[in-house]
Design a protein around this ligand. Sequence first.
Ligand SMILES: NC(=O)c1ccc[n+]([C@@H]2O[C@H](COP(=O)([O-])OP(=O)(O)OC[C@H]3O[C@@H](n4cnc5c(N)ncnc54)[C@H](O)[C@@H]3O)[C@@H](O)[C@H]2O)c1
Length: 450
Amino acid sequence: MTTMHAIDVHSPRDSQLVGWLPTATPSEVSSALSTARSAFPGWAATPAAERGAALREAAAALRERANDLATVVETETGRPFASAREGVMAGVSTLEQYAELGPVHRGRSLLGSAVDFMVPEPRGLVVALTPWNDPVAVACGLLGAALVTGNVVVHKPSERCPHTGLLLATVLRPHFPAGVLQTLVGDGEVGSALVRSPDVDLVAHVGSTATGRAIARTSSAKLLLENGGNDPLLVDDDVDPAWAASQAALGAFTNAGQLCTSVERIYLHKAIATPFLEALCARAREWNTDPQPLVDTRHREFVHEQVSSALAAGASALVGGSVPDGPGAFYPATVLADCGSAMRVMCEETFGPVAPVQLVSSFEEGLTEACTGDYGLAATVLTASMENAQRAWRELPVGTVKVNAVFGGAPGGAAQPRGASGTGFGYGPELLDEMTTTKVVHLGVPRTRS
Ligand SMILES: NC(=O)c1ccc[n+]([C@@H]2O[C@H](COP(=O)([O-])OP(=O)(O)OC[C@H]3O[C@@H](n4cnc5c(N)ncnc54)[C@H](O)[C@@H]3O)[C@@H](O)[C@H]2O)c1
């Protein structure tokens, strides 16, 4: 690891420098890890109800500072204030949820010749590495579940929103004993130094598949990976084309396409192609009247590269598809028609406001296409046929199948991603299981001295 350097943060709206922070040095990394280690026994021995109470206080403090956090998220990532605030409030709810669930998280007990208790124990030192696209909600999930189950945490927020990470730390940390929760500023180098340490028990990474794979190559800790996706949307011929197009637009353009479960590729039954595409283009144009920038111009280059390569391979841009003039990292909501399975925009995660559409002749053909690829995060099916819906949810090799609703799962729901999308439960009550390891205590009856 090289020595400390600065991370500059530029506004995604106008490219102006809005702040900078020094990255953690190698000695700060090792000192954070050893401080965490020392804090572990005390925190692990703290009654779960007290840990839950600490989390509840932290949630209340975050609720009070929601506007401040949302402002910083907006400044650093370009997510509009109202939506950034929703993300912060999702973080508050998650902390509250774990404050309740943590103290009642328990194992089974079995009555045999003696009694066996299956006791969940904290894993120990958790390194949490989080992304920029929903920085507060994602961090609150990992931190809340880890802390309430008695782990100590070293958190490294994304280098694209370090001020958000530090402000979150300022709000949460006072509610926990010294050393139990620490936050380090840094990029992938700092992350890599953390995950390579033999002192770490669990690495919880929410981010790209490339990073998840790099972590898997270098860390000897237990891994919890919640990574990228290339979610398909399958549109049957029996649904209202205008409604289907509004679902597609919501899935592809919300947060400028920068959600892990964004719609990334669309398989459209050719029988409703014309009205669907007309309605989708109208939605995209509407979206472009109030554009949201991408996180930075480097990410915009990545998105545009995929669009350009699709255009070069025969796709046509019905709306958008080019980099606008002017400052900032804006990219228009884009509708691509005439897409084919081999195009990068169909095979890879784009993570931008792009709706690439491939026509299919039947639901079966669309389902076959939707089942292709390495990723397995989520998929959406729009169909009026229960038979087709059922076939889709049985066959799609993904963690989450959404039928006739692109967003809006119940809070607390969680699934295990498949394939290149990750390894375990990153959300919901099951995350408490990931944060603990089970010990069986076989309790026999002693024979007393006569
Ligand atoms: N599955 C999910 O629940 C979920 C949720 C949100 C985002 N995501 C995914 O996250 C990605 C966008 O986020 P991102 O660009 O911030 O991801 P990223 O993987 O680049 O960064 C995530 C975190 O990992 C750190 N990191 C980078 N390289 C590292 C290394 N070699 N070793 C250790 N840590 C390292 C980063 O500094 C950051 O803190 C998208 O692919 C998106 O799909 C997934």
